[in-house]
Design a protein around this ligand. Structure first.
Ligand code: ZN
Length: 171
């Protein structure tokens, strides 16, 4: 289902978003949503990520562990990028796709560019900190030496609902 935010992204001409791609990534996004749910068990904001290898298999899955680790950089995306690089023994992650429930922040978007991932697929937009569309568009900045394809709004409603419930319970 296309969310309102995804629809808005669709109309923004400067940003390449292909909604025909959303079905292709829905299974991986479901795994990322399972990871997001696990984050809430240790009081971390429910954000999950998976890294899909060139053959379509999930090579890493994790969730936000900022509170659990007391580490501001322990975002789900950073953890899966690190895990995959450690397994491969290589920082080049060409051919990989980063799938994450919430639009990546500037740190994670830049890390994806550094790792040369082919594609970033995300669910909900993060209007306060997103660096793929909301505040910045780091993965498609032509001044950088690598660009990632973007697929936005995959299972955005589920990701948004999980975040909303989490913050509602903490109020
Ligand atoms: Zn991040």
């Amino acid at each position: 289902m296309r969310s309102l935010l995804g629809f808005r992204q669709c109309r923004r001409g400067s940003h390449t978003v292909d909604h025909t791609q959303t079905d292709r990534w829905s299974n991986a996004m479901q795994v990322a949503l399972e990871e997001a749910a696990a984050a809430a068990s240790h009081d971390d904001v429910p954000i999950g990520a998976v890294l899909v290898g060139p053959d379509g298999q999930i090579v890493a899955r994790d969730h936000n562990r900022r509170e659990a680790r007391g580490d501001a950089s322990a975002h789900a995306e950073m953890l899966v990028l690190r895990s995959a690089s450690e397994s491969l023994g290589d920082w080049h992650l060409d051919g990989h796709t980063l799938v994450v429930t919430l639009e990546p922040c500037a740190m994670c978007a830049m890390a994806a560019v550094w790792a040369r991932v082919d594609r970033i697929v995300y669910g909900a937009a993060d209007l306060k900190a997103g660096a793929v569309w909301s505040l910045y568009n780091i993965p498609q900045d032509e001044r950088l030496n690598h660009r990632c394809d973007i697929v936005a709004g995959v299972a955005a409603d589920e990701a948004e609902a999980m975040l909303r419930d989490f913050f509602a319970q903490r109020r």
